[in-house]
Design a protein around this ligand. Structure first.
Ligand SMILES: Nc1nc2c(ncn2[C@@H]2O[C@H](COP(=O)(O)OP(=O)(O)O)[C@@H](O)[C@H]2O)c(=O)[nH]1
Ligand SMILES: [Mg+2]
Length: 299
């Protein structure tokens, strides 16, 4: 199986949901009904009300009343591709101005720690040195989980005790990277969604500590969202972007969900680069986001 086929297989549930919806569009007897059915099919695939309406509106031009299956599919794929192209911007880690600091954000359970492990493996395979910072000090298991990834990828993990100050962990991780001229620092953070004010304060504090050592860091605030949570993911992008400023997004758990259409409104509403997609639990299941590959696997 080639890369494109593998991605298709992983996105099969969302793909099937969209294709199933398109069948109902083809059965409609009038232009108005067809367009309504199209909008509904997109909403069902978690493309979101606003973005689905926009797409249906764009497809309306030059549309006589009945769609041919392939024609509808091609045009929809092109519309989605146009939206996704806008946010295709791979994370560029420059060489020679180490350390590059990535702060990983997101609510509990979205896949932050797993994504950090996969990212570390990716950087190591590119020949870069990596240090991990166990900044989710709120849950003891989170520290252990990061240590497992550290062992697996051969990257040192800077940790404090459970309940410790995440700012202090960030400080130690950055200091260690500077002393050892490590290329990349990846910081885990706690994802508890207490209040927005607390979240903002906590992330600001960590950021301040890092900036004192490296003024341009964190170079990336990478937000992880779980595709299977559908529309909730949109709220999380909004909240974290307001709290900390999000410079890149990783969308995880696109395998095994029919809600993968959520990536389209994430792209459309925020226009923040989507850096990576998570399509499984394995170390190689983090892919760089490619708009065309994704659109072709989806539709
Ligand atoms: N199927 C699937 N599971 C994932 C993916 N990413 C993470 N997970 C799983 O999601 C669960 C929570 O992940 P974790 O990294 O602990 O989330 P965190 O609380 O944000 O750090 C774990 O069981 C992971 O194996 C993915 O892309 N696909
Ligand atoms: Mg975690």
């Amino acid at each position: 199986m080639g890369i494109a086929d593998r991605l298709k297989a992983r996105l099969a549930r969302t793909h099937n949901a969209i294709m199933g919806g398109l069948e109902s569009v083809l059965g409609k007897q009038s232009r108005k009904e067809s367009l309504e059915a199209l909008e509904e099919a997109l909403i069902m695939a978690d493309v979101g009300v606003k973005t689905s309406a926009e797409i249906a509106d764009r497809l309306k031009d030059g549309f006589s009343g009945f769609w041919q299956r392939e024609d509808l599919r091609d045009r929809l794929r092109e519309e989605v591709l146009t939206i996704l192209k806008d946010v295709e911007s791979p994370l560029a880690v420059p060489s020679g101005q180490a350390p590059f600091v990535i702060m990983v954000l997101g609510v509990n359970g979205v896949g932050k720690t797993t994504t950090i492990g996969k990212l570390a493996s990716r950087f190591v395979s590119e020949g870069r040195s990596v240090v991990l910072g166990a900044g989710d000090t709120f849950r003891a298991a989170a520290i252990e989980q990061l240590e497992v990834w550290g062992k697996r990828t051969g990257c040192p993990v800077i940790k404090h005790l459970h309940g410790g100050d995440p700012g202090a962990v960030a400080f130690d991780a950055v200091k260690s990277a500077m002393a050892k001229t490590t290329d990349v620092v990846i910081l885990d953070t706690a994802g508890r969604l207490h209040t927005k004010v607390n979240l903002m304060e906590e992330l600001k504090k960590i950021t301040r500590v890092i900036k004192r050592e490296i003024p341009l860091a964190p170079h990336e605030n990478l937000l992880v969202v779980d595709a299977s949570t559908g529309q909730n993911a949109l709220n999380q992008v909004k909240l974290f972007n307001e709290a900390a400023g999000v410079t890149g997004i990783a969308v995880t758990k696109l395998d095994g969900t029919a809600k993968g259409g959520i990536i389209v409104p994430i792209a459309r509403e925020f226009r923040i680069p989507i850096r990576f997609i998570g399509v499984g639990e394995g170390v190689d299941d983090l892919k760089e986001f490619n708009a065309r590959e994704f659109a072709e696997a989806l539709i």
